[in-house]
Design a protein around this ligand. Sequence first.
Ligand code: NIG
Ligand code: FE
Length: 424
Amino acid sequence: MKGNIVIKDASELVTCSGFSAKRGPEMSDLNVIPDGAVVVENGAIAWVGKTSDLPVSIDRSGFEVIDARGKAVLPGFVDSHTHLVFGGYREEEFSWRLNGMGYMEIMARGGGIVSTVQATREASLEILIESGRKRLDSMLSFGVTTVESKSGYGLDRDTEIRQLEAMIELDRTHPMDLVRTFLGAHALPKEFEGKKEAFLDFMRETVLPEVAEKRLAEFCDIFCEKGVFSVAQARRLLNKARELGMKLTLHADEIVQIGGAELAAELRAVSADHLLQASDKGISELARRGIVATLLPLTAFSLKEPYARGRYMIDNHCAVALATDLNPGSCFSESIPLLFALATLYMGLTIEEAVTALTLNGAAAVARADSIGSLDVGKKGDAVILEFPSYRFIPYHIGVNSVEKVIKGGELVFDKMNGGNLVC
Ligand code: NIG
Ligand code: FE
């Protein structure tokens, strides 16, 4: 019975069908089946089609059956960029920003990322796991079934590894699947003040090889930004990560245009993220090389920065993904409904493009488009059931969660009808 479920009579079965990132106009194609059904057997999708065509051969006794009449069913969402494991909070910075202080100004004054570094260094493994678990519960209730999670609040060997170990434990014990990213080069810690090259040497030659050897992370990331780490420094670190067998991603062109998108293209990164200031040339390079452009509108909203040029990117044949960037500083939000509203109302994405960006293209941004991100036979049985008949309600019901049930690997793990409690 475990992992066996039939969802039937869905007013819309939004399959998002595909096994690789969708680019440009392909992002509009959601492949919706009216009156749809999906069968998950032993955790994997075994059949997808119209309810009237459901094979009679399926022995329903071994399956939980969910009636989705009047409801839309979608693939589980993939949040492909987060910093969800951290210690402490930075609520005072929010007030500083309201008073006009800039994000980089706060950072230059020793606040920002390095203040979370202090709190994370002081947090035990247990505290990191328990606070991370609560955040995952919340994300699951929004329909997220796979999440990428970065280190980067240790900036020393032990804390970086502790963050990654917390993610391993969360992946093992929580229904959410976690994809781990090493972000040891997220900022310069106090003890390396004035010694940026020495810090990068330490990360590249000591911590990164250990992370790769112990398989603590699959991806390597860096905050490539004016005043943080330059394009040349990012190139050096990421080249080493690739030599060690890791996949690449980077925080690129977030605040200042310094050629981060071009670097992502040059290095054949899996994705380039933020891109608020990406140049036309950078965008066309991303499109040409098939690198996923991961956009984080909640961060732009929170920092009152201009939104990334999502419409332009899709019109220029990019594969765009959307993610929350949940973190304690620039964007303390895991809100999928608000993300959808911003992407559609302020970045010019259509609802269909936004759905693709958070499903199949999110999966592609974490190199998993072959196994998650759509309702296709053979993929993981991860699905979201809305309390409304159409996917169009997601941004329309602004800022409010429209998710009624979440299925993970063929098991019901969240049910709003159960008082909003997690079933797991
Ligand atoms: O993606 N820009 C760099 N890193 C994070 C912010 C981290 C923080 O403020 O704590 C981001 O926005
Ligand atoms: Fe980030």
